[in-house]
Design a protein around this ligand. Structure first.
Ligand SMILES: Nc1nc2c(c(=O)[nH]1)N[C@H]1C(S)=C(S)[C@@H](COP(=O)(O)OP(=O)(O)OC[C@H]3O[C@@H](n4cnc5c(=O)[nH]c(N)nc54)[C@H](O)[C@@H]3O)O[C@H]1N2
Ligand SMILES: Nc1nc2c(c(=O)[nH]1)N[C@H]1C(S)=C(S)[C@@H](COP(=O)(O)OP(=O)(O)OC[C@H]3O[C@@H](n4cnc5c(=O)[nH]c(N)nc54)[C@H](O)[C@@H]3O)O[C@H]1N2
Ligand code: SF4
Ligand SMILES: [Mo]
Length: 752
């Protein structure tokens, strides 16, 4: 028996795990009590690491579709097919004929995070899509517009905060998102224990709402209305107190004036929250010793995602809580985030809309188009039409709107290749599937989540088991990069890796502000020794980062070796104020009133007149993770999770009883699910979790197929998007419900 320490790669909490292994077998997984960040916390998904690693259905060899069936082939054959088919598609349609979709676990894999960008560059395609546009894109867009980079996200300083308002997030199930916060429950309870207050606004009375000091049901899609009214009250009552921020902000008066139409009295009915309650909440925010407003999925994947993500930061400015301990602060990760590079306090800002998508003219943001536009880009003929698709760590058939249309589009492709670990709803359409290694066979450092963490920490897990019978994930990516870059199937991979690293190093050396500016590259290469791949890049980034040893110029500073020697991680302390140094906007100011955001207020005002209808929202469960952990028996056992939550009054109106199944339908699609009649959801709102709908022909997930459930994204409309960000509207979807029993009776009565 051997104990191995690893960072859990499954969700954003990044818990430290203590894994007992015997040879290549995981025997037990526990939380690592010594971990400087998670301090022993673990959830059932982390405990299921062994089930995932040893899952007999996890792919171990490349699969090639022959005569409609997937068969195992050698890696050599797989790469040969990839090279030949990609070349054929590009010869006929050019580089944009190859589309790419990057799914969520891409960001949880250090290898994919580091080698994904060079792969996109080698492909040279403009047809890039990702799970961002069914997730956090609105938050990243407003962060870039206001502060200069898409990962300059103001994070609630949860460990010091005295008043936390949570909208559209349920961290007690999700373990937090766009806020890396292991053991969130303990931290929330500590907030309360020091006299602080937590307020939750959600259409469902969630576990987080139960823990909170106050819970207010809110109509889906009306967070922006509500928050705009909160700002108005702060203005009206003379509580605009940006303090030291004032000199760093432009556009504040303009922003406040633009919100004037949204008084509590005008938004109350639409939000389902009394005007007086809105006033009370605004006052509480205004007088709190420190406060943060945290919105997540419910505020992002909705009709006014951009506005609903701008307003929290505007409130942070108005109340002086931005960049103040206990308010919302910017992380300072060890590897050197984009907002720690180059000239301090100034940068290039965000350039968006440099091009438009071919069919619906959606603007590019951060180099990608909204995934809602993917199917139309595959189906619509003309220059730039996608004829081949590469998916990496993605299951868009279940995760993106109108999965049925996307499946038809995938079937019409000339070639599809997926890098994945399962033969699932999406990859079953692929001609070629390249299996990834398990988390035990790759190194891990959280490049993305350390930028979103509630505390500055640095942790690293080396690959534990060597890969012998196949290319490792780095070599798989390098081979794909070589093929895409026209270097052929037999390219020398160490040479390709050297090229990629050389570019990374060159960029750093040319930054006048770098601790290694002007140094001899040969000397730095020598200092990096025999490290290659991710390890070499990480070591370089850490050493040139804000806490790094600067390759000798800052003795005692961080390096990969220091992290290797500390499997429990290195604590770098609480978040600290970083304004103005953190800013990377062109003028070095915080833009409180970005034009694309203010322009959207007309749409918000028009929505005040909308008539209430029955709408669908999503939800998450602790023992589930998007679409792909349903093959692990330890997680899916027990009560049926893919049920329709419905309020008793709505159930009664639709004639639905507690033992019934309900049909949920709208103009996009129709599904049926068992119901859970509960007071825990607002009247006029029903909820289905996403990520279910397994069990189609041609899949290879035997457990998941037995717990199939239905795909809630058969009901979401791919054309329905938050306008500024292009993010899909996945919450607040108009639907009709009726008892399936009634339906069957109708079918029986119908002639023939
Ligand atoms: N209706 C509705 N839809 C939603 C949401 C919602 O709340 N409601 N949430 C949205 C959100 S927030 C997200 S992030 C997206 C997720 O969207 P996706 O990322 O497209 O979907 P996932 O379910 O995360 O699927 C991950 C895929 O990666 C594979 N995978 C897992 N581990 C690895 C690995 O180590 N390597 C490789 N190569 N592959 C791996 C899995 O088998 C699976 O195919 O879904 C979105 N869709
Ligand atoms: N166990 C588990 N953990 C996960 C995941 C998982 O699938 N399972 N997925 C991971 C991923 S990829 C992500 S992005 C995060 C997401 O993290 P969270 O955002 O915390 O996830 P949810 O639990 O979906 O919470 C969203 C809440 O928004 C509410 N809601 C829906 N519409 C609205 C609205 O219009 N306004 C308001 N105010 N509320 C609304 C829903 O009722 C729900 O309670 O979780 C991550 N962690
Ligand atoms: S909370 Fe997230 S990171 Fe922590 S053990 Fe669970 S899945 Fe892993
Ligand atoms: Mo997500």
């Amino acid at each position: 028996m051997e104990t191995v320490y690893r960072i859990c790669p499954f969700c954003e909490a990044t818990c430290g795990l203590e894994v007992e292994v015997e040879g290549r077998q995981i025997k037990q997984v526990r939380g690592n009590d010594e971990d400087v960040f998670s301090r022993g916390y673990v959830c059932p998904k982390g405990v299921a690491l062994g089930e995932l690693v040893h899952d007999p259905d996890r792919l171990r060899m490349p699969l090639l579709k022959r005569g409609g069936k997937h068969v195992e082939v050698s890696w050599k054959e797989a790469f040969g097919v990839l090279a030949e088919r990609l070349a054929a598609v590009r010869a006929a349609g050019g580089q944009d004929a190859v589309g790419v979709y990057l799914g969520n676990p891409t960001v949880h894999s250090t290898t994919m995070t580091l080698y994904g960008p060079p792969l996109l560059k080698a492909l040279g395609t403009q047809q890039v899509y990702s799970a961002s546009s069914v997730d956090q894109l609105p938050k990243q867009l407003v962060s870039a517009l206001m502060f200069g980079t898409g990962l300059s996200v103001a994070i609630p300083d949860i460990d010091y905060c005295q008043y936390l308002m949570i909208l559209g997030a349920n961290p007690l199930e999700s373990n937090g998102s766009m806020m890396t916060v292991p053991d969130v429950k303990r931290r929330l309870k500590a907030l309360q224990a020091r006299g602080g207050k937590i307020v939750v606004l959600d259409p469902r009375r969630t576990k987080t709402a139960d823990l909170a000091d106050a819970y207010h049901p809110i109509r889906p899609g009306t967070d922006a209305h509500f928050l705009a009214a909160v700002v108005n009250v702060l203005v009206e009552e003379g509580r605009v107190q940006p303090g030291r921020l004032a000199e760093h902000v432009v556009g504040l008066d303009e922003a406040l004036a633009a919100l004037a139409p949204f008084t509590p009295e005008r938004v109350a009915a639409r939000c389902g929250i009394p005007a007086e309650t809105i006033r009370v909440l605004a006052r509480e925010l205004g007088v709190a010793e420190s406060a943060a407003v945290y919105g997540r999925i419910g505020t992002c994947t909705q009709r006014f995602g951009t506005l609903a993500n701008w307003l929290p930061d505007l409130i942070h400015i108005v109340t002086g809580n931005l960049d103040r301990p206990g308010g919302a602060l910017f992380a300072q990760p060890a590897h050197g985030a984009g907002n720690a590079k180059g000239e301090a306090g100034r940068g290039r800002g965000l350039k968006m809309g440099r091009r438009k998508s071919r069919v619906s003219g959606a603007p590019e943001i951060f180099g990608e188009f909204p995934v809602g536009a993917l199917a139309e880009e595959i189906e619509t003929a003309g220059p730039g039409q996608i004829r081949a698709l590469l998916t990496i760590c993605g299951n868009p058939v279940l995760s993106t709107p109108n999965g049925a249309r996307l499946e038809r589009a995938l079937e019409s492709l000339d070639f599809m290749v997926s890098v994945d670990v399962y033969l699932n709803e999406t990859t079953r359409h692929a001609d070629l599937i390249l299996p990834d290694v398990s988390p035990m066979e790759r190194c891990h450092y959280d490049l993305a989540f350390s930028q979103l963490a509630v505390r500055n920490v640095a942790r690293y897990s080396p690959a534990h088991w060597p890969v012998t019978d196949r290319p490792g994930d780095r070599d798989m990516m390098l081979r794909m990069i070589a093929i895409a870059g026209g270097m052929g199937v037999d390219a020398d991979l160490p040479m390709v890796d050297d090229l990629i690293f050389g570019q990374l190093m060159q960029r750093e050396l040319t930054l006048g502000t770098s601790p290694v500016a002007g140094r001899d590259p040969e000397e730095l290469l020598a200092a990096l020794g025999t490290r290659r791949g991710c390890e070499r890049m990480l070591d370089f980034m850490l050493r040139t980062g804000p806490y790094g040893d600067g390759f000798g110029s800052r003795p005692g500073g961080l390096s990969l070796a220091a992290l290797e020697a500390a499997p429990e991680g290195i604590d770098l302390g609480p978040l600290q104020p970083r304004i103005p140094e953190v800013l990377r906007t062109v003028d070095g100011k915080i833009d409180a009133a970005p034009a694309v955001v203010l322009e959207d207020l007309a749409r918000l005002e028009a929505d005040l007149e909308a008539q209430p209808e029955l709408v669908l929202v999503g939800r998450r469960h602790l023992r589930s993770n998007n679409s792909w952990m349903h093959n692990l028996p330890g997680l899916v056992r027990g009560k049926v999770r893919c049920s329709l939550q419905i309020h008793p009054a709505d159930a009664a109106r639709a004639g639905i009883g507690p033992e019934d199944w309900a049909e949920v339908a709208n103009g996009t699609g129709c599904v049926a699910a068992p119901v859970e009649i509960t007071e825990g959801i607002m009247e006029g709102v029903v909820s289905l979790p996403h990520g279910w709908g397994h069990g189609q022909a041609g899949m290879g997930m035997r457990v998941a197929s037995q717990y199939a459930g239905v795909n809630s994204n058969l009901l979401t409309d791919e054309d329905d998007r938050d306008i500024p960000s292009g993010t899909a509207v996945l919450n607040g979807i108009p639907v009709r419900v009726r008892a399936v029993a009634a339906l069957q009776a109708e079918a029986l009565a119908a002639p023939g």
